[in-house]
Design a protein around this ligand. Structure first.
Ligand code: SF4
Length: 356
């Protein structure tokens, strides 16, 4: 596969089509609510956004997220339009009653290239408690099996925090049984309702990433981390095959962009600092030319230990977590325990955690 020049285009463009969702998950970045926002991008505006996004280049990956994308009545139409524009469309439905076999089939017929579902516990009790609705676990598993039966690739997303970390081995087994293509393991960023949860400590995160490296080597599915680019450092230090989970630079604003439900263009959903609004400025222009995105792609602009780190071009730390914890997107990522050789500057405040 030709490497993507991330100064020109994101590897992943996420569009939060709505914040409406019937669930009230503990970790929700969007602090989703039951009703759609009156200023959400309309169908016509959404189609224009997808048409604009096609200018990034052939096969641009676009993820329709939420909230619950199925809370909008036009999701199938949007997938169809995006596919016609040459985009690779992914949908991340919530495990709500809207996730029916009929909805899955309609999206598959519209050309969806991949689905992503969330599994945050290995049992109905733990998953449903985390996601705030009884029955979500069973619905999600039923949907996952239906997606696989249709032959559409499936990604599973899992949140890592103090409440979920012990369940990771059992969730890994579930992921393997479901025959997924990719397991995306998200290390909590304290944004939205996620502020009320305890993240894992830096030391525990390091252990989990070493364990994930072992999972990646032994399982048939791929493993990637979200908001934890130091996984690439961990893999390199463990003398892995030298193949990082993705090419260097898939972090907020550098290989990744996010369009909010009202059209604001952010480097990530966890870094809500706007570079413009798609109603006034094309997403391509914001991504390539805004001062915010250009700064995030400049590893020389990193400060603290991330700025002094020899892994900064393959890792660079989570800019979202730096922003969420310090208000400064170029500061050090407090999740990473690595201290570069010879560095004697300030260290980020370590998070108060349940398992320190
Ligand atoms: S110090 Fe920063 S750049 Fe270095 S590995 Fe840790 S998070 Fe990555």
């Amino acid at each position: 596969m030709t490497p993507v020049d991330t100064s020109e285009r994101p590897v992943v463009l996420v569009w939060e089509v709505t914040q409406a969702c019937a669930l009230a998950c503990d970790h929700c970045r969007a602090s989703a609510r039951p009703q759609r926002h009156p200023s959400e991008l309309s169908t016509a505006e959404g189609k224009q956004l997808l048409t604009d996004a096609a200018a990034f280049g052939d096969g641009q990956l676009v993820v329709l997220s939420g909230g619950d994308p199925l809370a909008r009545p036009d999701t199938v139409e949007l997938v169809e339009h995006g596919t016609d524009c040459g985009l690779r469309m992914t949908v991340t439905p919530s495990g709500t009653a809207s996730l029916t076999p009929t909805a899955i089939e309609a999206l598959a017929d519209a050309g969806v290239a991949q689905f992503a579902v969330s599994i945050d516990g290995a049992t109905p009790t733990t998953h449903d408690e985390f996601r705030g609705e009884a029955g979500s676990f069973e619905r999600t598993l039923r949907a996952a099996r239906a997606i696989r039966e249709l032959g559409v690739p499936l990604q599973v997303n899992t949140t890592v925090c103090a409440d979920t970390v012990e369940a990771l081995p059992a969730i890994r087994d579930l992921v393997a049984e479901l025959g997924v293509a990719l397991w995306s393991v998200f290390f909590l960023v304290p944004v939205g309702r996620g502020r009320a949860l305890d993240p894992v400590s830096p030391a525990r995160a390091e252990e989990v990433m070493a364990w994930l490296d072992g999972v990646a080597r032994s399982e048939a599915f791929g493993v990637k981390t979200t908001e934890a680019p130091m996984y690439r450092r961990v893999r390199a230090q463990r003398g892995g095959d030298g193949a990082p989970q993705r090419r260097a630079g898939v972090t907020a604003g550098d290989g990744f962009a996010f369009v909010s439900h009202t059209g604001a263009v952010y480097p990530s959903g966890f870094l809500p600092s706007s570079a413009g609004n798609v109603r006034e400025r094309s997403v391509v222009d914001s991504y390539r030319n805004s001062e915010l995105f250009q700064r995030l792609r400049d590893t020389e602009a990193l400060t603290g230990k991330c700025g002094a780190c020899s892994f900064r071009t393959v890792c660079g730390g989570s800019r979202s977590r730096a922003y969420a914890t310090t208000g400064e997107p170029m500061a050090s990522d407090p999740l990473c325990p690595h201290v570069p050789d010879g560095y004697d500057g300030p260290l980020p405040d370590r998070q108060a955690t349940a398992d320190d």
